[in-house]
Design a protein around this ligand. Structure first.
Ligand code: FAD
Length: 462
C-alpha cells in the first residue's frame, strides 16, 4: 500500500492541532523517535514527531493522516525489543509522553484510571500508599500504553498474569479519527466480542489508546524469596516443571545460567552460586503459610538434583536480588562493551521447558555465538540475549540463524514465537507458520479497522 509523506501544508495543519511547542521536525528528535532497543531502523525516516495531550488532539491528527494516507506510529517509552515503535515508512510519530494523568484510584474496586503515558513504576509508587499495585512488570521503564499495546508481562506473570488480564476499559482513537470507549468496570462480562483483548497486543496497528482503566492487586503482606542452584541448566529447568506440576504457586520463578550469575555477582556483589540457578519468590497470607510452602519446594528442588537451596531472604536481600535480575540485560551489555544486543523471546508449554532450554544451549554452541539464556521459567518463557556486531554480516547472520532455530523449535513444541516482546518487525516472518489461516482473519480485522493501512505499517504481518 502506498503511503504519503507530510507536506508543508500537512505540517501547518498538524501544528494548529498540537501547538508549535509540541511538534518537532528537528533531526535529533526524528532520530530518537526512530529507535527502540532493537537494531531495526526505518526504511524512510519519520517526517514529524507530535506530542498531543488529549484524545481530541489524537483524533484530529488521525483525521488528517487518514485523509492523506500518512503513516502514524504511536510511541511510549521506546523500550521495545522487536522494532515495535520504529516508524518503518516515515510519516508521523505520535509521542504519548504528555499523557501522564492518573485520574482516579478506586481502591475499593481495585482499579485505577490512567493516561497511557504514565510509567508503570511511577504508578506503583503512587498505588503503594493504598497497599495496591499494578502487577505486570517488564522491568524496563515502560509506559502503560506501550505495555497494553505489547501485552507486556514479566517476572510476576506466573502468579498475577500478563497485561491482558488487567485491562478493563480503553478509550481508543481509530484510524479514521473516531473515538470509542470499550469495556466496563465489572470483574467479568459476556457482553459481545471482547474488543479489549483485540486491542491489547495490537502494537499500535488498530488504534491509539488515550485512556485506560486497569485492575490492581493488593500488595502482599508476607513474602519469601529463595535461591536454588543446580549442576546443569536442564536440571534447573526440570525443577521448574516439577514445582509447577506439584501445584505450588510462586510469585516469580526465574532461571539464570552460571555465566549470568557470575555477571550479577560481579556487578552487584550478590554472592549467588555461580551455577544454573532458580530465583523464586512466594507471597502468602502469613509467614507460617509461606514456610509450609517453602519446605516442600526445597524438597522438590533437592529431588531434581539441586546443589544448594537458600531460603528466607530478608527484604533487603530480596530487593537486591530482583533489582539485579532486572539489570541482567545491562550487565550483559557491560560485559560486551561496544557490541549490539539481539534478544530472543519464545514461550513453550511448561512440560517442554527443559527441552527448549537444552536445545537453546546446544544451538548457541553450534552457531558459535555469544548468547545468554535466562527467562521467566515458570511461564515457559525463555529469552536469550545474543551479543554481536550488527554490521558484521556473517557473525550477525549466525545470531539470526540461532534465533530462527530456537523460534522454529518453540513452534514445533506448540509454543509461540514471542512470549511477551510482541511481533514488531523481528517476528513477522514467523507469523505464517505460527498462525496459518488465522493470520488471514487478523488481516481482515486490520483492514476493517484501518482500511488505508496508516497505523504502524510494516508490523505484525509478514
Ligand atoms: C531491558 C529490557 C527488559 C525488558 N523486559 C521485558 C519483560 O520482562 N517483559 C516484557 O513484556 N517486556 C519486556 N521488555 C520490552 C518492553 O519494555 C515492553 O514491551 C514494554 O511494554 C514497551 O513499552 P514502551 O512504553 O516502551 O512502548 P514502546 O516501545 O514505545 O511501544 C510499544 C508498542 O506500543 C505501541 N504504542 C505505544 N503507545 C501506544 C498507545 N498509547 N496506543 C497504541 N499503541 C501504542 C507502539 O506503537 C509500539 O508498537 C524489556 C525491554 C528492555 C529494554
Amino acid at each position: 500500500m502506498k503511503h504519503a509523506r507530510c507536506t508543508d501544508s500537512d505540517l501547518r495543519e498538524l501544528e494548529d492541532i498540537v501547538g508549535v511547542d509540541n511538534l518537532s521536525t528537528g533531526e535529533s528528535a526524528l532520530r530518537l523517535a526512530s529507535r527502540d532497543e532493537s537494531y531495526y531502523t526505518p526504511k524512510i525516516p519519520p517526517d514529524v514527531v507530535l506530542m498531543p495531550a488529549s484524545t481530541q488532539e489524537v483524533s484530529a491528527i488521525l483525521r488528517v493522516a487518514n485523509a492523506r494516507r500518512i503513516p502514524v506510529t504511536a510511541r511510549g517509552a521506546g523500550t521495545s525489543i522487536e522494532g515495535n515503535p520504529v516508524p518503518v515508512y516515515g510519516g508521523i510519530v505520535v509521542d504519548m509522553q504528555r499523557f501522564t494523568e492518573v485520574f482516579e484510584v478506586r481502591a475499593a474496586d481495585f482499579v485505577v484510571v490512567v493516561e497511557p503515558g504514565v510509567g508503570y513504576k511511577d504508578l506503583n509508587k503512587l498505588l503503594g500508599r493504598d497497599g495496591l499495585f499494578f502487577p505486570p512488570d517488564p522491568g524496563a521503564g515502560a509506559m502503560i500504553g506501550g505495555m497494553i499495546a505489547n501485552n507486556a508481562s514479566g517476572v510476576r506473570t506466573i502468579r498475577y498474569g500478563a497485561t491482558k488480564d488487567y485491562v478493563l476499559e480503553l478509550t481508543v482513537v481509530l484510524a479514521s479519527g473516531e473515538v470509542i470507549e470499550t469495556g466496563s468496570l465489572a470483574g467479568k462480562s459476556s457482553s459481545g466480542y471482547d474488543l479489549i483483548r483485540l486491542f491489547v497486543g495490537s502494537e499500535g496497528t488498530l488504534g491509539i489508546f488515550t485512556q485506560a482503566t486497569v485492575r490492581l492487586a493488593g500488595l502482599p503482606e508476607h513474602f519469601s524469596a529463595a535461591v536454588a542452584a543446580f549442576p546443569t541448566v536442564e536440571a534447573a529447568a526440570q525443577a521448574v516443571f516439577e514445582i509447577m506440576r506439584w501445584g505450588f504457586s510462586p510469585a516469580a520463578l526465574e532461571l539464570i545460567t552460571a555465566d549470568l550469575a557470575a555477571m550479577l555477582n560481579r556487578d552487584r556483589e550478590l554472592g549467588l552460586p555461580e551455577e544454573p540457578t532458580l530465583l523464586m519468590e512466594f507471597h502468602g497470607a502469613s509467614q507460617i503459610a509461606l514456610e509450609e510452602e517453602l519446605g516442600p519446594v526445597e524438597q522438590v528442588c533437592r529431588d531434581a538434583g539441586s546443589i544448594s537451596f537458600e531460603r528466607g531472604l530478608g527484604l533487603d536481600e530480596r530487593n537486591r536480588l530482583w533489582e539485579a535480575r532486572h539489570e541482567a540485560y545491562e550487565s550483559i551489555k557491560r560485559t560486551h562493551v561496544g557490541a549490539d544486543p539481539f534478544v530472543a523471546d519464545v514461550a513453550v508449554p511448561i512440560s517442554r521447558y527443559p527441552e527448549i532450554v537444552a536445545f537453546t544451549e546446544q544451538t548457541i554452541c553450534e552457531h558459535g555465538v555469544a548468547g545468554y539464556p535466562f527467562g521467566h521459567a515458570g511461564d515457559g518463557n525463555l529469552h536469550v540475549v545474543f551479543m554481536g556486531d550488527a554490521q558484521d554480516e556473517e557473525g550477525w547472520g549466525r545470531i539470526r540463524a540461532a534465533n530462527q532455530a530456537i523460534v522454529e523449535r518453540a513452534l514445533d513444541l506448540r509454543g509461540t514465537a514471542t512470549g511477551e516482546h510482541g511481533v514488531g518487525i523481528g517476528k513477522r516472518r514467523f507469523m505464517d507458520r505460527e498462525h496459518g489461516k488465522s493470520l488471514q482473519v487478523m488481516r481482515q480485522v486490520k483492514d476493517a479497522l484501518d482500511p488505508k493501512g496508516i497505523l504502524n505499517p510494516g508490523k505484525i504481518f509478514p
